[in-house]
Design a protein around this ligand. Structure first.
Ligand code: F6R
Length: 608
């Protein structure tokens, strides 16, 4: 969701800015632009649509002069996608330029005030208010004016700002939305995320909320709103630039699907020591863990689906009540939680606004928040009481796959860890879980080997108009993810239903040729799911069954079957999700969809 880059140095800025924006495309965008200082004025080049428009207009940035600049990919919130609404925005006289990620919640009253003072606007965005305020309140000091204006803003923002009177500075400010500063040799950078600058430097500062960075060619100073200096520590990015490249795959999504054995391995193995699950990131004593009366899980989208799987697993293994909420609903439902409730938030990006705010609400009510996060140093990771990092590496495709799998792995680890502390797991079962953890990456790999078979099934069904996913218990939780994966990248209408619920209304939609994907991996309820399969087949549905090896009788029910290896109940989702991800990928591929950047979606959803 909106990408920011900035450059100050001795090289031409625009080619770097455009290259950086290309690496942020995964965030989702509908327009793009750059602004540089050419020595006489701030020049802006921007265009609606994909980056290729901006590249063509600027000859890949080569025909835009200047060694200082900012760039932006916009994901529309206020004002439709258009050239006028694209960033950077200039102030009336062209003295200031701003790029922004986030939402200025009080932009309407601020805009009214400026309008009353005769300031006219050329876009419908909330961002333009910021740049016009900067010019309106300008007192000759770039820094002071920025401090004055940001203290008037409510909402979330990462801002990159240039001022004609301070041609050798970029100011970066952050509240709520992510922003990093890349530290170079005689040149420095800003960016929304690491991939944008990784081919230039591995040394970064992460700006924290309300910090203001004044960035010059050979210095970076970070101050607070009272102009006190803030000592920042340098973070060295360990992962390689190749991790953020496609590595020979046509799409990031396929690369990331294939990386799942490693993501699960890297997340699980460092946490199993001498045959015991060790989660020393959780800052709670065994007594505190035993004291919790309830678990509260909050997340969005696929991360929420991990939460639904977790509810089934935790309730079964820990015998504690678990509530799982979509984060955007949690905050406003006046939840009944307190210090006896353990909160678990799940987020790949660690920047999802809904999840962050819901976590804050839970913390305000006294609950300890454990965050399961992939992006190190992200906002949710910094604000949680305990953080368990999924070690999936950078995830670029908008549709999550390897982060989802790594999140599931953390849920299993927590279930075993808590189950042991609560005395709910026998030693025999404990050993079995640990040994299943060890074989999980290999079992996932064996499913990836079946991708040609799954591709053939996708070819048969990619023209379907409606696809239903059904299952019971953890298979139901998993069907939610299967359905989301398919619809978000292939645009085929799809719904996930608890298999037993279908007959209470939705079965009326089943007709000749409707594809129903039946998850029948959970042995305890296998027979019941098969009865539901018969119900839909009687009404004309074609069925694709996903079941465990050994269930050969499935051959009598349908010709479309994907067998997954056997494992313990709780780890089945890690295996059954893989064919559904591959199916969604191949269906979208046959349909010619933009797999890594599906329409209307953003990787990191930093608005409420
Ligand atoms: C779907 C997908 C989204 C995210 C959701 C939460 O493929 O990726 O549904 O799961 O937007 O994002 P995070 O995990 O970054 O909080």
């Amino acid at each position: 969701m909106c990408g920011i880059v900035g450059y100050i140095g001795y090289e031409q800025a625009a080619p770097f800015l455009i290259g950086g924006l290309e690496k942020l495309q995964y965030r989702g965008y509908d327009s793009a632009g750059v602004c540089t200082n050419d020595g006489e004025k701030l020049i802006v080049k921007k265009e609606q649509g994909k980056l290729k428009e901006l590249k063509a207009m600027t000859d890949d940035g080569n025909n835009v002069k200047g060694t200082v600049g900012i760039g932006h990919t916009r994901w529309a919130t206020h004002g439709r996608p258009s050239k006028e609404n694209a960033h950077p925005h200039l102030s009336r006289s062209g003295k200031f330029a701003v790029v922004h990620n986030g939402i200025i919640e009080n932009y309407m009253p601020l805009k009214q005030q400026l309008l009353k003072n005769g300031i006219t606007f050329s876009s419908q965005t909330d961002t333009e208010v910021v740049v016009q305020l900067l010019e309106f309140y300008y007192d000759g000091s770039f820094t002071d004016t920025v401090i004055k204006v940001v203290s008037m803003l409510k909402g979330s923002y990462a801002l990159g700002i240039m001022c004609m009177d301070a041609p050798d500075e970029i100011i970066a400010v952050r509240k709520g939305s992510p922003l990093i500063i890349g530290i170079g040799e005689k040149e420095n950078y800003i960016a929304s995320d690491v991939p944008a600058i990784l081919d230039k430097t591995r040394n970064i500062y992460r700006l924290d909320n309300d910090e203001i960075a004044i960035i010059r060619r050979d210095s970076i100073s970070v101050i607070d709103r009272e102009k006190n200096n803030i000592e920042k520590s340098v973070e060295v990015i360990e992962w390689d630039i190749d991790a953020a490249k496609k590595g020979g795959y046509e799409h990031f999504m396929m690369k990331e699907i294939m990386e799942q054995p490693k993501a699960v391995h890297d997340t699980v193995f460092p946490r199993i020591r001498n045959g015991r699950v060790v989660l020393d990131e959780i800052k709670l004593t065994p007594e505190q863990i035993r004291d919790f009366q309830k678990i509260n899980i909050i997340a969005c989208g696929s991360a929420y689906h991990v939460g639904v799987v977790a509810k089934y697993i935790f309730e079964k293994m820990l015998r504690k009540p678990v509530e799982v909420d979509v984060a955007s609903e949690f905050k406003y439902r006046e939840p009944i939680i307190d210090e006896k409730t353990l909160t678990i938030v799940i987020s790949q990006s660690g920047e999802t606004a809904d999840t962050k705010e819901a976590m804050e609400e839970a913390q305000k009510l006294g609950s300890h928040a454990i965050a399961i996060v992939n992006v190190v140093g992200s906002t949710i990771a910094s604000e949680a009481d305990s953080v368990i990092y999924t070690l999936a590496g950078p995830e670029i495709a908008v549709a999550t796959t390897k982060a989802y799998s790594a999140q599931l792995a953390v849920i299993y680890l927590m279930a075993v860890y808590f189950g042991d502390i609560l005395g709910k797991i026998s030693e025999k079962d404990y050993k079995r879980y640990v040994s299943e953890f060890e074989s999980l990456p290999e079992k996932i790999s064996s499913i990836l080997e079946m991708r040609e078979d799954i591709k053939n099934i996708a070819e048969k069904y990619y023209e379907c108009k409606d696809i239903f996913f059904i299952g019971r218990n953890i298979d139901y939780a998993l069907s939610l993810e299967g359905s989301l994966k398919l619809k978000e990248i292939s645009y085929i209408h799809s719904e996930a239903y608890a298999a037993g619920e279908l007959k209470h209304g939705t079965i009326s939609l089943i007709e000749d040729g409707t594809l129903v994907i039946a998850l029948a991996t959970y042995e305890k309820l296998y027979e019941k799911v098969i009865s539901n399969v018969k119900e839909v087949q009687t009404r004309g549905a074609s069925v694709l069954a996903i079941g465990c090896e050994g269930r050969n009788e499935l051959h009598e029910i349908t010709e479309n079957i994907i067998f997954i290896p056997k494992t313990c109940d709780i780890m089945l989702p890690s295996l059954a999700v893989v064919p559904m991800q591959l199916l969604a990928y191949y269906v979208a591929s046959f349909k010619g969809c933009d797999i890594d950047n599906p329409r209307n979606l953003a990787k990191s959803v930093t608005v409420e």
